[in-house]
Design a protein around this ligand. Structure first.
Ligand code: NAD
Length: 340
C-alpha cells in the first residue's frame, strides 16, 4: 500500500467503518497544494479490498491533475464505498459516510460518481457541508458535454485547420448523460454523426432526433471519420484498438481513455491528435467546484471556456517539443502540483 502511495505521490489515505449502517469506506487525498481535495464518491462492489484501495488512489491522482489544469483551487481526492451484498438502509449508509467526510474537517469535498446519485449526496449532506452535486446543486453532465464540445472545436482547429464542424464526420462512442448531450451540440453544429451504444434505445433516439447514423459498437472504432469521441468507459485506447483507428483526432469525454501512457505515443506516431481526457472533460468538475464556491452560472460558463484555451496551449507545446499532448499535459499538471 505504501509503495502505491509513494508511486502516485498520494498525501493521505483514510479508512472508516460503521457496523450499524454497513459502511466501509476509503478516502484518498492525493494533493492539497492548490486547495482542499475534491472528487467523486464511488459505491461499487469490488473484487477485493486491495482493488478498492487501488481504485481510490489512482482516481485521486487523476483528479489532482484535472483540477490543476482546469485552474481550480482544489487538489484531487476520491472516495470509495465498498458496496455490501445487501443494503438495508441506503440513506443511513450515506449519512455515515457524510460523518466520515466531516471528520476530515474540509480536507476532502465529495461528489457523485459511479454508483452514487444526487439523492445519495443529499443524505451525505445530513452529516457534512463538504459535499457537492446534491439535488439542489444540479447535474454536472451538461457542463462536461459543453466543455468537450468546445474542446473538440479547439482540437479540430489545431488538426483540421478550422473549428467549423459543418459536415465533419464525428464518431461518438457512448450516448449516456454526457455523450448524448455532446451529440446534440455536434448535430446542431452540422457535424455528420456516427454513433454507438450498448443501449439500443439511446442509439435509436440519436438516429431519430439528431439524424445520426447507427454503427455497431464493435465497429465504431475502425469506422472512417475525422474525429473519434470516446464517451463510454475508460481504457478504450489500448494495444488492440489504436492501430485500428481511422481518424485524425481523438477527443471525447471518457475518463482514463489510455490503457497506458505509451498509447499516447502510439497515437502521436500514427499522426492522430489526442485531446488529453482529463483536460477536455473537466467541465463537470469546474461546475461542481464553482457551484460549491457559490459562483453564479455566468462565471461557471466563462471558466468552461478555458478548456479550449488550455488545449490549444498544450497542442502548441506538443508540436514545438515533438511530444504527445498527453505527455505535455502531465508535465504541466506536475509543474503546478509539485513545482518541478
Ligand atoms: P453514462 O453511464 O451515463 O453513459 C455511458 C454510456 O456509454 C452508456 O450508455 C453505455 O452503454 C455506453 N458505453 C460504454 N462503453 C461503450 C462502448 N464501448 N461502446 C458503446 N457504448 C458504450 O456515463 P456518463 O456520465 O455519460 O459518462 C461518460 C464517460 O465520461 C465516463 O467515462 C465518465 O467517467 C466520463 N466523465 C463523465 C463526467 C460527467 O459529468 N458525467 C465528467 C467527466 C468524465
Amino acid at each position: 500500500m505504501f509503495e502505491t502511495m509513494a508511486a502516485t505521490r498520494l498525501e493521505s489515505l483514510h479508512l472508516a467503518q460503521d457496523p450499524r449502517s454497513g459502511l466501509r469506506a476509503i478516502i484518498a487525498i492525493h494533493n492539497s497544494r492548490l486547495g482542499p481535495a475534491l472528487g467523486g464518491c464511488r459505491f461499487l462492489a469490488y473484487p477485493s479490498e486491495q482493488s478498492a484501495l487501488q481504485d481510490a488512489m489512482r482516481l485521486a491522482q487523476s483528479m489532482s491533475y484535472k483540477a490543476a489544469l482546469a485552474g481550480l483551487p482544489h487538489g484531487g481526492g476520491k472516495a470509495v464505498i465498498l458496496r455490501p451484498a445487501h443494503v438495508d438502509n441506503r440513506a443511513a449508509l450515506f449519512e455515515a459516510f457524510g460523518r466520515m467526510v466531516e471528520s476530515l474537517g474540509g480536507a476532502y469535498i465529495t461528489a457523485v460518481d459511479s454508483g452514487t446519485s444526487s439523492a445519495d449526496m443529499d443524505c451525505v449532506a445530513q452529516g457534512t457541508q463538504h459535499v457537492t452535486s446534491t439535488s439542489s446543486a444540479g447535474d454536472p453532465s451538461p457542463y462536461t458535454a459543453m466543455g468537450v464540445f468546445s474542446g473538440i472545436r479547439a482540437t479540430a482547429l489545431a488538426r483540421l485547420g478550422s473549428d467549423d464542424l459543418e459536415g465533419v464526420r464525428i464518431a461518438v462512442q457512448g450516448l449516456g448523460q454526457v455523450g448524448f448531450a455532446l451529440a446534440e451540440q455536434l448535430a446542431a453544429a452540422g457535424a455528420e454523426l456516427l454513433v454507438s451504444d450498448y443501449d439500443q434505445g439511446r442509439v435509436q433516439l440519436a438516429v431519430e432526433q439528431l439524424g445520426a447514423t447507427a454503427v455497431p459498437s464493435a465497429q465504431l472504432i475502425e469506422t472512417p471519420c475525422e474525429i473519434f469521441a470516446p464517451c463510454g468507459l475508460g481504457g478504450v485506447l489500448n494495444p488492440d484498438t489504436v492501430g485500428r483507428l481511422h481518424c485524425t483526432v481523438v477527443a471525447g469525454a471518457a475518463n482514463n481513455q489510455l490503457s497506458s501512457p505509451q498509447m499516447a505515443d502510439e497515437l502521436e506516431a500514427r499522426g492522430i491528435l489526442y485531446a488529453p481526457d482529463y483536460v477536455i472533460n473537466a467541465g463537470g468538475l469546474i461546475y461542481v467546484s464553482l457551484k460549491h464556491g457559490g459562483q453564479p452560472l455566468p462565471a461557471i460558463t466563462a471558466h468552461l471556456a478555458r478548456i479550449a484555451l488550455r488545449l490549444t496551449d498544450i497542442y502548441a507545446h506538443a508540436q514545438a517539443e515533438k511530444r504527445s499532448p498527453a505527455r505535455v499535459a502531465d508535465s504541466q499538471a506536475e509543474h503546478l502540483l509539485y513545482g518541478n
